[in-house]
Design a protein around this ligand. Structure first.
Ligand SMILES: [Mn+2]
Length: 424
């Protein structure tokens, strides 16, 4: 019989990936960043009363995280995932298969010895994959403690059969296919040899989610997962590993699945992609329909990325006597603008954070190069990364740039963009 109250059938899942706990934990200023963002994610999960959290890998930055990282993570999970609030989702598939790597292979919220109010499900990424003689991942430790449900791992990579986790809430049924990180070339080969099986559930009223942790951008032949190897019956892919936030679900091939890429919750490099605002997703599924509400992470340290092209020799403005001093002055002006931008971003924050600043400095002649570390010292009290604010490169006009050098951005390969090109 159908449920009368639609709300009782709306599955609410907080989706996030690449939390990289422990990133920068020994660096000044940024040591707490990864943990602060992860706590905000758990708080958002509680506030939005989600049924579960789904993580797309790289919960930890290191495959053998420090005791400190492991302790912080354990404390956060204990704080937000234990409690009396009942869990509304039914677990229908064979738990002993999904959690066969555990001595007690049950989903944590059904373990009578545990009091779980917020179940967390996670695959592993390339940063927290199993290691050592016994092939233990940091996620195994959290799993053994009953704090997360770690799934989608294979010890035998000669063939893979991904059996979905089957969950039900009211009238909504969700099948989650978990594919923890496998080196891309190996995985593409397995797909091509038809050694990856993703059996579809018999009746078709399941909403099918695939969560994976692989290259999405084209980083060379067979070094990324092409969209067309994902089975068409998959409704939604949660794509981990790529750190840029592209959370809005997009269909990248005709009739293909929608893809949502939440991106990382902490910048692990000073690249342009990491400077975009960080978000996690509130996924709502009702029967075969879904939507993802993008939730901004407000505790993330602002990161401003920009570039500057220094003055061109031979032009009126070029200071022939003191090109280096001129460069420093121009860069200082630019940095002030960038810090100002970061200040505006944090207007509502009662305890603003020192921003990350990365300025790509493009010079024409080597006489324009200055000591970036020395200039960075001036910003010690105002910038979180004074030691590596500047990156120098020789300015190459656009028309001379070799196209082959660039990594194909995700957007370049997207169906929507291709269709625009064809129309033009
Ligand atoms: Mn990552």
């Amino acid at each position: 019989m159908a449920n009368e109250n639609v709300d009782d059938s709306i599955f609410k899942i907080l989706v996030a990936t690449d939390n990289h706990l422990g990133y920068g934990e020994t660096k000044p200023n940024i040591a707490q960043d990864s943990f602060r963002a992860f706590e905000e994610i758990l708080q958002l999960a509680v506030k939005n009363e989600v049924d579960m959290v789904l993580l797309g890998g790289d919960l930890f930055h290191e495959s053998q995280p420090s005791s400190h990282s492991l302790q912080k993570c354990t404390e956060l999970l204990k704080k937000y995932c234990l409690g009396d609030k009942p869990v509304a989702i039914e677990f229908l598939s064979d738990q002993s298969e999904h959690f066969s790597h555990l001595k007690n292979p049950v989903v944590n919220y059904e373990d009578p010895d545990l009091n779980i109010c917020l179940p967390v499900f996670s695959i592993h990424g390339n940063h927290d994959s199993p290691g050592g003689n016994e092939l233990v991942s940091a996620l195994d430790i959290l799993s053994s403690a009953g704090l997360i449900n770690y799934f989608g791992r294979w010890n035998d990579l000669s063939k893979i059969e991904i059996k979905p986790i089957l969950l039900k809430k009211g009238d909504t049924k969700i099948a989650i296919y978990g594919l923890s990180h496998i080196p891309d070339q190996r995985l593409v080969r397995l797909f091509q040899e038809k050694k990856v099986k993703m059996p579809r559930v018999d009746d078709d009223d399941w909403f099918n989610i695939l969560v994976l942790h692989q290259n999405r951008a084209n980083r060379g032949i067979k070094n990324f997962i092409p969209y067309d190897i994902i089975p068409e019956f998959i409704n939604l892919v949660i794509w981990g590993h790529e750190h840029d936030c592209n959370i809005e679900p997009k269909q990248c091939t005709q009739n293909g699945p929608y893809i949502s890429q939440p991106g990382s919750s902490v910048a692990t490099s000073l690249s342009e992609g990491e400077s975009a605002d960080k978000h996690v997703g509130l996924l709502k599924v009702y029967k075969d329909t879904f939507k993802i509400i993008s939730l901004p992470l407000k505790s993330v340290r602002p990161f401003i990325f920009d570039d500057i092209i220094l003055c061109k020799p031979g032009t009126d403005d070029f200071n022939l006597d003191a090109p280096k001093e001129q460069a420093i002055n121009d860069v200082k002006t630019k940095v002030e603008e960038m810090i100002q931008k970061a200040t505006i971003k944090q207007e509502d924050n009662s305890t603003p954070l020192k921003p990350l600043i990365r300025l790509s400095v493009k010079y024409y002649t080597e006489t324009q190069i200055f000591n970036g570390i020395r200039l960075g010292h001036h910003y010690e009290n105002r910038v979180a990364n004074p030691g590596d604010m500047f990156k120098f490169s020789n300015y190459v006009p656009k028309e001379r740039r070799n196209r082959k050098d660039g990594v194909c951005a995700v957007d370049d390969t997207e169906f929507n963009d291709v269709s625009v090109l064809i129309r033009m």
